[in-house]
Design a protein around this ligand. Sequence first.
Ligand SMILES: Cc1cc2nc3c(=O)[nH]c(=O)nc-3n(C[C@H](O)[C@H](O)[C@H](O)COP(=O)(O)O)c2cc1C
Length: 175
Amino acid sequence: MTFIDLAKKRYSCRHYLKKEVEESKLVQILEAARIAPSAANRQPWIFLVIRDPEIRRMMHSTYKRDWFTNAPVIVVACAENKQAWVRNSDSKNHADVDVSIAVDHMTLAATDLGLASCWICAFDPVLCHELLELPDHLVPVALLPIGYPGDSADVDRHNRQRKPFEEVVFWERYP
Ligand SMILES: Cc1cc2nc3c(=O)[nH]c(=O)nc-3n(C[C@H](O)[C@H](O)[C@H](O)COP(=O)(O)O)c2cc1C
């Protein structure tokens, strides 16, 4: 599969099969996150892998969708803000940018392995932090359920529509 085919194949899956994900595949997905680029190579991240059904059930209160906790694996992608590179000119902390790149690596790696995922940011990060008893220096940025897809990209065609190329790409000058 070419890279562009892989990128087009990835979609946000909201229905997972009740089938465990092989640990070897999970390790490959997490390795894709580990090798992601980050500003000044600070790698300001921690990936907490939740497979325990009891903990997944508990996480439902942080994002109240049944399909979310039905996924056999949830990766909690956390930022370590103090470790991240900060731009001098405007003091922008790049932890969220870095963690997002790593999460995207995971979504693509999962797709490559025949798995599916869905980036979740509409969860309650404070509750999540509390429930998982995370230390103060970690901030959950994204939740990533991963599993074998029980649907296909076609079910959510509307969500997958993209703006036309000419509307978003400009050469030399904007507009
Ligand atoms: C940063 C980010 C946050 C997202 N948060 C959620 C979310 O909280 N819940 C959800 O169901 N989908 C979420 N999504 C998935 C988007 O809705 C989805 O990527 C978009 O509709 C395009 O569809 P596709 O991923 O199938 O191509 C999120 C995606 C991104 C990149």
